[in-house]
Design a protein around this ligand. Structure first.
Ligand code: NAG
Ligand code: NAG
Ligand code: NAG
Length: 663
């Protein structure tokens, strides 16, 4: 073990007196236009870079750290994207003189993907200095060292990972919180034991208080100075009073730790004064500054997910309609947030539905967006005025309890929200102007359990009397529409002959009748779903621009750009006792109820596919994307003796019976 403290080592590193670990050297920044750009670049790990002695004169009007992915060429061309500075800011770079800085790549990018790092003047497209990454960079690597042993008090964990010389990440940690005096300890020696001079490791919040319960959180522990993973032999959760080891994990031999990343503190966002847990998986934090409020929305998010948070449409209850929310997401490695107003319970279509303010004559009042991922939890931070004066925002009034809403789901086309997969379950009210208080345990990151098995796709080989009915119904969550189509859903989809998005077979030169009850209320987007047949796997014709319309072939249901087949609305709804999953669609369907608007007036049309009709067309909704699915156009109905045919006959029969029963 070493005698000088960690700080001393860093000091020595700065003086380059001892050889110490800054990561894997990539090379030197080269000045390209007399802005004094220099510094030696290291890969800290696969997502961070360290620049030793970074220098830049700060004279450029619009210069940023800029990176691009490998693309076969080795030119520095300004393609690619900005990279945040050592403080996590995307602002214009100032002056640096021989400064050691650590930079984090945009989320999702890895050092081995990178072609170059440059100081790039965006406004003038000028390269101030760069380094081209060689092809064979092998950054230091985190190392997995197994799980905590499970000795007492329900302590168990997923993998424990050495992130760097001083940081351990413990995945999916469980502990019943019942130990009277439990701490994480870092010790040396072959046996795990308590001894004089042993070091307590602060918990994931930096506190040395007695450990509380863990229910599947992922946490990171930073070894206090002067310890490193190389200078200790084990980490234990230990109850001092009872002199008992609840479980431990051993450090590998030093020879196995030669390639681990060096320690550089991670960039953190300042903690906001207030925080409330909204659900075991979602936190909202905030801080008021004059007439502005800064809000963090936190949850486990992947690229392509969104999180939304804001004021309920009603001050005293959970109401999605008229809710004013901010939607945060990750877009090609950059954290973004957008101001939304929910004017109807539907996907956004021409400013109706869950739409950004800017699509409904409002303004985007969300600013200063930033984000971080720490311990598997993503936080997206934004600032907005308490009162915006925009008709598409609700004012945040201090001193009163206001109902809040949140949701998490997948982004669809054009980075617009689709139907949430998780949302506000119970009424939560917040007084944003309260005396500051943080009321947010760490969020669970453990698995939600295995994903439910997707339902089998159902094929519909024609129909009795060549007649199809089309109504609206729920998508069946992850087992239904999303699994069958691989597309995000807005929570509703077409039911053809009472089946959720079947693959429908039709024969050329045969005339089919379509009876549509999709809803035809032009002022309520949630009740307006005209049916049409198209070449587009997405649908939503009304949302397309003129050029996109030209690329789409419409076969039925649209004339002169207008929908012709809507009909009054018949919609299946999940009954109150609906379960999270069902083995088959049929079982699910048994738990749906059909509700029809009166008077029940379907739109009816006939369609004859012909030689000119492609082999695959889609039935879709004119106003919303992602409601329909495939129709296979064949010259002859498949009639092999295979079991599909038997299934098809049964389906036909069932359909017939059902249509009869429901009529
Ligand atoms: C909301 O706040 C704005 C700006 O402070 C103010 O002009 C507006 O009157 C407020 N609206 C309501 C309904 O209180
Ligand atoms: C189509 O809709 C537009 C705009 O609502 C309308 O002006 C036009 O007359 C409609 N065309 C037909 C054929 O209905
Ligand atoms: C459909 O009718 C057209 C024109 O009569 C004919 O050329 C074609 O072969 C027919 N196709 C089928 C599958 O019957």
């Amino acid at each position: 073990m070493t005698n000088f403290t960690w700080k001393t080592i860093v000091f020595f590193c700065n003086l380059a007196v001892v050889i110490c670990n800054l990561g894997v050297e990539i090379g030197d920044l080269i000045d390209r236009s007399s802005h004094k750009v220099s510094g030696k670049v290291y890969a800290v790990d696969n997502t961070r870079l360290h620049i030793k002695g970074f220098t830049y004169d700060g004279e450029g009007p619009d210069a940023f750290f800029w990176i691009n992915k490998k693309d076969g060429s080795s030119t520095v061309d300004g393609n690619g994207q900005k990279m945040a500075d050592e403080m996590g800011s995307l602002g214009i770079l100032g002056k640096y003189e021989n400064k050691d800085i650590t930079l984090e790549l945009p989320r999702g990018l890895e050092v081995t993907d990178i072609k170059y790092l440059s100081v790039w003047c965006k406004q003038f497209g000028v390269n101030f200095g760069d380094i081209i990454f060689p092809d064979n960079v092998q950054p230091p690597q985190a190392k997995s060292i197994g799980q905590f042993s499970e000795l007492a008090h329900g302590l168990r964990s997923g993998e424990v990972v050495i992130l760097d010389e001083k940081t351990l990440m413990v995945n999916n940690l469980h502990y019943d919180g019942q130990g009277p005096d439990a701490f994480f300890l870092a010790g040396t020696g072959d046996s795990v034991r308590y001894y004089d001079g042993i070091t307590k490791i602060p918990d994931e919040t930096g506190s040395l208080a007695i450990l509380k319960k863990y229910t599947g959180q992922t946490i990171t522990l930073t070894l206090p100075d002067p310890l490193t993973v190389k200078s200790i032999d084990w980490v234990s959760m230990w109850c001092i009073q009872a002199n008992q080891n609840f479980g431990d994990v051993k450090m590998p031999d030093e020879s196995e730790l030669t390639n681990i990343p060096p320690y550089f503190p991670r960039i953190m966002m300042k903690e906001l004064e207030n925080c409330e847990q909204l659900d075991s998986t979602v936190n909202a934090a905030w801080e008021i500054d004059g007439a502005m409020i800064t809000i963090d929305m936190s949850a486990k998010l992947d690229e392509g997910d969104y999180i939304s948070f804001g004021l309920s449409g009603n001050a005293d209850s959970v109401a999605m309609i008229n809710a004013d929310v901010t939607v945060g997401f990750i877009d090609e490695g950059t954290y973004k947030a957008q101001d939304y107003y929910l004017n109807a319970k539907a996907g956004c279509s021409s400013g109706r539905g869950a739409c950004p303010d800017i699509t409904q004559d409002g303004a985007d009042d969300v600013m200063d967006v930033q984000g971080r991922m720490v311990d598997g939890i993503t936080s997206i931070r934004y600032t907005r005025p308490l009162g915006t004066g925009d008709s598409k925002d609700r004012n945040i009034t201090l001193g009163t309890e206001m109902a809040v809403v949140w949701g998490i789901g997948r982004l669809g086309l054009n980075k617009l929200v689709t139907y949430h997969s998780k949302k506000t379950a119970e009424l939560k009210k917040v007084n944003f102007g309260r005396t500051a208080m943080r009321n947010c345990p760490n969020l669970n990151t453990g698995n939600d359990g295995p994903a439910p098995t997707p339902w089998k796709k159902i094929e519909l080989f024609g129909a009795m009397n060549n007649t199809f009915t089309a109504k609206i119904g729920p998508t069946g969550g992850k087992q239904g529409y999303e699994a069958l189509t691989g597309r995000p859903s807005w929570g509703i989809a077409w039911y053809i002959n009472n089946i959720l998005i079947p693959e429908v077979y039709v024969v050329r030169n045969t005339t089919y009748k379509f009876i549509i009850n999709g809803g035809n209320d032009p002022v309520n987007s949630a009740k307006n779903h005209p049916f049409y047949l198209t070449s587009s796997p997405d649908g939503g014709y009304i949302q397309l621009g003129a050029d996109e319309r030209k690329e789409e072939r419409v076969f039925a249901g649209v004339e002169d750009g207008n929908a012709t087949a809507a009909g009054s609305l018949c919609q299946y709804k999940e009954s109150a006792g609906i379960k999270p999953s069902y083995a088959t669609f049929d079982e699910y369907f048994d738990n749906l109820q059909e509700l029809c608007d009166e008077p029940k007036e379907p739109a009816v049309f006939e369609w004859t596919p012909d030689a000119d009709t492609p082999d695959v067309v889609y039935y879709q909704c004119f106003t919303h994307k992602y409601l329909g699915w495939k129709m296979r156009v064949v010259d002859e109905m498949p009639t092999s003796s295979s079991s599909t045919t038997v299934a098809a006959m049964i389906t036909l029969l069932l359909n017939y019976l059902m249509t009869r029963l429901l009529r």
